[in-house]
Design a protein around this ligand. Structure first.
Ligand code: LMR
Length: 398
């Protein structure tokens, strides 16, 4: 038999939770697993701005012909402006360009192939911990994957250890940095920390790859772009992977971009020719619909204003849930132990709960979170904060 030697691999550590949660019949279950935004009713609704843009597309779209290897050029321009700023000198100098990809994950896959193909022998360095799919995407593309310390066993951000490790990364290697809302920990670098990282990256001649999947979920759409804009203004070459899954709520439509910043327009054209070649071999043309929705929104002042307000509403709701959970934990004497939840940013919190505690939470209390102790704060139900706090308190006492 051809398949007889093929074994089984474990299910995805994040997506596997969707099935487990759906199969749980406990009406009081909590879904703090996969990173999707949920509203006060526990739903992941389609944004109003998206609905309106979709209606326009249904009414006005004339064709379903191919959109080309780099995708929709209007989307490319508008997403680059969202990430780099509307007045970005790089865009004016044609030093930056976007390739539309199936989600931020597609952008990561494309950049992994780009490094393997065009910059052979370069290793890639990931934060420890990082999003588990970073590990497998780069390893599967054949890159040598290394790690720099980020959040230690004591569940605190260790910038000194990170900087020390980066000093020892071989010259020319790629360093993946999370622009904001670090996944899985929620611990972000301060502006001062970013300046220090920039200094090492510049001195060691490292190539930064900035993963920007949560723009708008940390401190705001513009605020969250600060680190990315700093790097592109100070360095000649930067790679950026951007996702529209969370901030446009377009998860299943698969919308993202790989933005390349090169030293000059000529070199950008060379790099983009390679990306078109690699993308052709991966998915040929990217899917159109979600990117067309994003372009419709960002290209229309009224829709953009509506969308901006919707992102801000999601962002502030998550921030409120953070403080709400810490408050709910206070009567159990756990306010100090979980004070970090208020310092973290974005969807995720590294709670500091152990794998065993996560297991007990799941089995005894139907609270679903990733085995690493990562909780999706957007999945916390504001009407059941006490119940969640009680469950957490019970596992902490054992
Ligand atoms: C997550 O980390 O939960 C999200 O980014 C969803 C995913 O694709 O894993």
């Amino acid at each position: 038999m051809h398949f007889s030697a093929i074994g089984r691999v474990p299910g995805d550590p994040i997506l596997g939770l969707i099935d487990a949660y759906n199969q749980d019949s406990n009406p009081n279950k909590f879904d703090l697993g996969v990173g999707v935004y949920k509203d006060a009713n526990g739903l992941t609704p389609i944004l109003q701005s998206v609905k309106q843009a979709e209606q326009r597309l249904v009414d006005q779209q004339q064709t379903k012909t191919y959109i080309g290897g780099h995708g929709d050029s209007r989307f490319g321009q508008l997403i680059s402006e969202l990430v780099l700023g509307t007045d970005s000198p790089l865009l004016a100098a044609k030093r930056a360009g976007a390739t539309q990809t199936p989600g931020g994950t597609g952008a990561l896959r494309l950049v992994a192939d780009f490094i393997a193909h065009c910059l052979p022998e370069r290793g890639i360095w990931l934060s420890d911990p990082t999003w588990p799919i970073h590990e497998s995407i780069f390893a599967e593309a054949g890159l040598k994957v290394g790690h720099y310390p980020y959040v230690g066993r004591d569940n605190t951000l260790n910038v000194a250890a990170m900087l020390h490790a980066l000093e020892n990364v071989p010259q020319g290697d790629v360093v993946l940095l999370h622009a904001c809302c670090h996944n899985p920990t929620g611990f972000d670098l301060s502006q001062d920390d970013w300046l220090q990282v920039l200094d090492v990256v510049r001195r060691r001649e490292l190539l930064p790859l900035i993963d920007f999947a949560y723009q708008g979920f940390g401190d705001g759409l513009e605020e969250d772009a600060w680190s990315t804009r700093l790097f592109v203004s100070e360095l000649p070459e930067v790679l950026i992977t951007s996702s529209c899954s969370k901030n446009f709520g377009l998860y299943r439509e698969r919308v993202g971009a790989l933005i390349v910043c090169a030293n000059d327009a000529e070199k950008l054209t060379d790099v983009r020719s390679q990306l078109a070649y690699l993308a052709r071999n991966l998915w040929s043309n990217p899917p159109d619909h979600g990117a067309a929705v994003v372009a419709t929104i960002l290209g229309d002042a009224q829709l953009k204003a509506q969308w901006t307000a919707e992102v801000e509403a999601m962002r502030s709701r998550i921030a409120q849930l953070r403080s709400g959970l810490v408050e709910a934990l206070t009567p159990f004497g756990l306010a100090e132990r979980f004070a970090h939840i208020n310092q973290q940013r974005g969807m995720f919190s590294y709670t500091g709960l152990s794998t065993e505690q996560v297991q007990v939470l799941r089995e005894k209390h139907s609270v679903y979170m990733v085995g690493s102790g990562r909780a999706n704060m957007a999945g916390v139900d504001v009407t059941r904060l006490e119940l969640l706090a009680k469950a957490i308190a019970q596992v902490c006492q054992h």
